[in-house]
Every structure is written in structure tokens, then in C-alpha cells.
Design a protein around this ligand. Structure first.
Ligand code: SAH
Ligand code: DHB
Ligand code: MG
Length: 234
């Protein structure tokens, strides 16, 4: 099974289930024109984020890693009236491109971009003690994923969903000797999950136009699982 087939299947899915979308395509073109790296989620993954927001009925979303705002637009479009999405981005130029893309999508009143190192923004949010988030999407510098996840647990309501992108990295997740600090981050993240009694989580491996990777879905469930559910932790 080759990368070419994964691309073709993604094109097939896009053709039938997603279709043309001028605003999303403009966001990708403007990001490329602005020199941003082509590492946004794929259309099929963006739609998964969109559907998860709707299935969950999320009203307050936190995103860590904005890039050009592509995933922000997918999730922002799933919000009900009065919903909010706060997205954190290190690079001022990326944030500027994202702001224009989000404006073009008509989402500027729902989406706020905070520029700076995400850890600083998260610590400020923790100190402020505002309304909790219903859903968090962690998709920034991979080596800091465990730190972002620890902060996210402080910022969400019981029953919240935390999604983490790029957790499998071509299978390197299972290589304890990987030289990639991002892989180390994802291994530490999984070890954290395995010891954290307040969550229930799983990781799904994926293939597609962005290669072989995966995402983790976490339910923040501090009351514990229903009595008839078997797994105790993780
Ligand atoms: N979620 C985006 C892709 C994000 S790519 C999408 O799917 O459309 C990862 C982003 O994280 C990049 O824009 C990068 O600049 C940002 N990033 C890297 N380190 C960061 C940090 N310390 N704080 C905040 N953002 C960071
Ligand atoms: C890469 C991919 C991503 O989805 C991301 O968020 C960051 C980096 C990459 O392929 O390098
Ligand atoms: Mg990603």
C-alpha cells in the first residue's frame, strides 16, 4: 500500500464528502503565498474536527497552534451563535495570515488569535480562571505536547474533549531511541495519559495525503467511568 493510494483515497473522499470550498482553498493559497509551511490538517481531518465540535456541542474551543487558521476555520464554522474559539500562535506573521483567512471566512467575531509562546498564554489563562473550555485541539510544537496537555486539563470542564494531532509520526511513536524531540514529546504524552485517572483516551493511526500519522482523543472524565465500563485508567 503506497502513499499514492492514500492520496487518491483522500481525493476521492474530498470529492464526494467535502467538495469545493472557496474560503478554505483561499486559506491554503494565502498560507502558501505567505511562506507558511504546508502542514495544516487535511480537508478530511478538518471535517472530522468540525464534526467532533458539532457532535460534542462545544461552545468554547481552545486551539494550540494556529498556523494559517485552516483548522480554526473548520472548527469555527461548527460553533453555534455566541460560541468562541481562542487560538494560540507563536509566529506573528502566521497569526497575521490566519487573521486574514479567518476574516475571509466571516469568523472574526468568534475567533481570537493570541500571539506568543503557547505555554505563556496557557499559564495566563490558568491564572485568569475564566470560563472553562469544552474542547481543546493541541497541534503546535510536538515536544511540548505534555506541557500543553497538563495545562489543558486545568482549563476544561468535566466532560470536555481534548484532541492531539501528529501523535504517531510514521510509527516513530514506538521508538524509544528516536532522535526527534517531537516523538519524545508524544511518548511522554502517552505515558502521562496512562497514569492520569481523570481521563479516558485512545489513539487512532491514520494514513492520507499527509502520510502516516495519528491523533489522540481524550475525554476529561474526573468523576470516573460508568460502573459497567471496564478500563480503569488512561
Ligand atoms: N492547527 C493548524 C496547524 C498548526 S502547525 C492547522 O491544522 O491548520 C503548528 C503551529 O504551531 C505552527 O504555526 C507553529 O508556528 C506553532 N507553534 C510552534 N511552537 C509554538 C509555541 N511555542 N507556541 C505557540 N505556537 C507554536
Ligand atoms: C507537521 C505536521 C503537522 O500536522 C503539524 O501540526 C506540525 C508539523 C509536519 O509534518 O512537520
Ligand atoms: Mg498537525
Amino acid at each position: 500500500m503506497s502513499r499514492r493510494v492514500w492520496d487518491e483515497v483522500d481525493s476521492y473522499i474530498e470529492g464526494l464528502l467535502i467538495g469545493e470550498d472557496e474560503v478554505l482553498e483561499a486559506a491554503i493559497s494565502a498560507s502558501a503565498a505567505g511562506g507558511l509551511p504546508p502542514i495544516a490538517v487535511t480537508p478530511a481531518q478538518g471535517k472530522l474536527l468540525h464534526l467532533l465540535v458539532r457532535v460534542h456541542g462545544a461552545r468554547r474551543i481552545l486551539e494550540i497552534g494556529t498556523l494559517g487558521g485552516y483548522s480554526s476555520i473548520w472548527m469555527g464554522r461548527a460553533l453555534p451563535a455566541g460560541g468562541r474559539l481562542l487560538t494560540l500562535e507563536l509566529e506573528p506573521h502566521f497569526a497575521e495570515v490566519a487573521g486574514a483567512n479567518i476574516e475571509r471566512a466571516g469568523l472574526s467575531s468568534l475567533v481570537e488569535i493570541q500571539v506568543g509562546p503557547a505555554l505563556q498564554s496557557l499559564d495566563r489563562l490558568c491564572a485568569q480562571g475564566g470560563d472553562p473550555f469544552d474542547l481543546v485541539f493541541i497541534d503546535a510544537d510536538k515536544e511540548r505536547t505534555p506541557e500543553y496537555f497538563t495545562r489543558a486539563l486545568e482549563l476544561v470542564r468535566p466532560g470536555a474533549v481534548i484532541l492531539v494531532d501528529n501523535v504517531v509520526r510514521d510509527g516513530a511513536l514506538v521508538d524509544p531511541n528516536s532522535a526527534d524531540p517531537g516523538v519524545g514529546g508524544m511518548r511522554r504524552f502517552h505515558e502521562l495519559l496512562s497514569r492520569e485517572p481523570r481521563v479516558s483516551a485512545t489513539t487512532i493511526q491514520t494514513v492520507g495525503a499527509k502520510g502516516y500519522d495519528g491523533f489522540t482523543l481524550v475525554l476529561f472524565d474526573p468523576g470516573g467511568a460508568p460502573a459497567h465500563a471496564a478500563p480503569a485508567s488512561g
